[in-house]
Design a protein around this ligand. Sequence first.
Ligand code: DGP
Length: 117
Amino acid sequence: MAEDCLFCKIIAGEIPSTKVYEDDRVLAFEDVSPMMPVHTLIVPKTHYDNIADNIPDEELGYLMNTVGKVADLKGIRESGFRVIVNTNDDACQSVHHVHVHVLGGAPMNDGSPALNQ
Ligand code: DGP
């Protein structure tokens, strides 16, 4: 657990969240400020600052494979969804614990706020 990391505190249950999926390696929970009808975040329980933080291949693969589980749980596998991993300042990463945004539940295009947020 990294000191002063918001998502580490959510993982530890110190800050409440609306859980979508959890196992021993990852937690998926609803974004507090949803940009789409479905907006779920997936985090590894181990702290990494961002996707370029030398995450072991197996761990990163597990994180990304959780996307499909979340899509099923949220009912958006067939309709479609977008996955975003903001990284550092130019991409407006605000929480420096790697997280995958899963966005869906309505049609998107290339000008979607989900890409321009
Ligand atoms: P990013 O900009 O990629 O770092 O996204 C961080 C997301 O985290 C942002 O969409 C809002 C969400 N968020 C921030 N604080 C909280 C919180 O306390 N609880 C939950 N559920 N989500 C949060």
